[in-house]
Design a protein around this ligand. Structure first.
Ligand code: 5GP
Ligand code: ZN
Length: 144
């Protein structure tokens, strides 16, 4: 990734950005990185993060949030094309009361169906890594 001056040591998403732990990447550009959530609420659940460590929305400068949202739009469009869900929710948690568990700003892209029973908060249940990896490749190919 080159310059990692905006990242910190002790953050799982900064480690993903540095390639220190693996991820199913679907897209990256100079300011953002998109990858599959490994505890998907539904098939196709993806995350988009800035290449800048900020704990939450309040700490994220506009210059990083704008590109993050732009990548969210691109990746959600690809997820929609590949998974063809009934709908997609975007979600972004700030603070423990909102069930934020990783303190590096991230936007969830969550495919939905009206009957999936998903609520705002959910338990982390590991997904099928082969299926997640396959979906990551299809979504990458669908990014326009
Ligand atoms: P939050 O609860 O902070 O809104 O969401 C954090 C998300 O990060 C969760 O949905 C969780 O599944 C995901 N997550 C946590 N650790 C990892 C990881 O190592 N790799 C990936 N791909 N996702 C992770
Ligand atoms: Zn971080």
């Amino acid at each position: 990734m080159g310059d990692d001056g905006h990242l910190i040591e002790d953050c799982i998403f900064c480690k993903i950005l540095r390639g220190e732990i693996p991820s199913f990447k679907v897209f990256e550009d100079d300011k953002t990185f998109a990858f599959m959530d490994i505890n998907p609420v539904n098939e196709g659940h993806a995350l988009v993060i800035p290449k800048f460590h900020a704990e939450n929305l309040y700490a994220t400068p506009d210059e990083w949030f704008g590109p993050t949202l732009s990548t969210v739009r691109r990746v959600a469009t690809a997820v929609n094309a590949v998974v063809q869900p009934e709908g997609i929710n975007l979600l972004q948690a700030n603070g423990p009361g909102a069930k934020q568990s990783v303190f590096h700003l991230h936007m969830h892209i969550i495919p939905r169906s009206a009957t999936d029973g998903a609520t705002m908060n959910w338990d982390l249940v590991p997904g099928d890594m082969d299926a997640i990896g396959e979906l990551a490749k299809k979504i990458t190919a669908a990014i326009e």
